[in-house]
Design a protein around this ligand. Sequence first.
Ligand code: ATP
Ligand code: MG
Length: 409
Amino acid sequence: MSLSDKYAPTTLNGIIGNGQARSRLAAFGIEVLEGKKVRPLILCGVCGIGKTSAAHALAYSHGLELVELNASDYRDSESLNQKVLPLAKTRGLFNKKCLIVFDEVDELSSKFDSGAESIIRKFITESRHPIIFIANDYWNRKISFLRDSAEKVDFKRPEPVEVIALLERVAKAEGKEVKKEIISEIVKRSNGDVRAALNDLEMMFGADPELINFLGMRDRKSEIFRVLDRIFLSSNFDIARNSTLSSDIELDMLINWIGQNIPSRYLSTQSISEAYEQLSRASMFNEVASRKSYYGYWRYSNILLSSGVSLANNGSPVNSTTPYAFPATIRHLSKTKKDRSAINEIALKLTAYLHANRRTVIGSHLPIMALIINLALEKYGPETVFSFMEQKYQLEKSEVQIISAYSWA
Ligand SMILES: Nc1ncnc2c1ncn2[C@@H]1O[C@H](COP(=O)(O)OP(=O)(O)OP(=O)(O)O)[C@@H](O)[C@H]1O
Ligand SMILES: [Mg+2]
């Protein structure tokens, strides 16, 4: 069991930071116990800061039976109708009240079909139980219907001092001694993500303090670089393996990145050849896993591409000065296919509003829109801009971001 599971808070007071959100949840809990019909809440915020834990803690501490719904339960209207809707009227075990949690409701939005929205609305109206939605991206258009039916509760990254105190408490409870500097370094690098901080703490138990440098900064964009650093620089079996286990980057993607960067990191031909040997085997297991739908093979693939590639260099010096290169295959694909099709789609949507054809929208309107969006972002902030663009042009946040990065080619 990982430290973050072992020390997951069981009461609202165990959640660090987020005072406002905690009091809102506590008040919500009291209203529920008083038998009032409560308006659903939607907890939003970045990953690893306690949204799911808070919903769980609320259920435990108020004696509510937790019913947690996720991807497979609401991927389409049929599963919603069959699995979710009946819950509205159900009675909990021993007649207990339930707390219905729709976790990561925005993640699943791409699979929502049009019927899903009305079923969830119906569920909200009919439910005899309190409901909590959880989302990373409140502004995702597919869940915009929740904006008027649920109250927004923001979750924020806790302050570094709070995370430091938590890590110290956990280290002590585990009977491990970890230097103060190491703990503050972990916290600095975790950038408010408490789950990441706990994972990194676990990795540093009993490890050489020097290894802290391989933890890297936690930032979604640099996640891949962090993993690559640990593989190429650590020459330590566990650090390399854990880096891939604790990240959510897909194996295919990792194989591409590692493959592209082996020759620029390792110096001897022998290390390079051995690293490719390991990577090719990882790739083979990965391929067989998907072909046979036997995902047990991912285990081998994972270890070969991380620890295998890491140990291939046998601890010899590594070139760490040049930046990592973007995999050529992905670069090519994304430049030609993805970018173009995203822009095409956006332009197509806009044709109706701008009374111009797709080509004119791309050539004349989008570059100007990009300028205006960027100015507006500075002036009014993202929430106002995204919600304006959504109301006016039915554009999602991600689409607005694509436009804002667009310029005359
Ligand atoms: N505010 C917090 N206080 C105490 N522990 C926390 C807090 N936030 C996260 N954790 C720790 O990190 C783990 C993961 O947190 P949680 O699942 O609640 O994050 P989340 O906000 O739901 O993230 P995601 O968006 O990735 O689902 C918890 O099990 C807990 O150990
Ligand atoms: Mg969560």
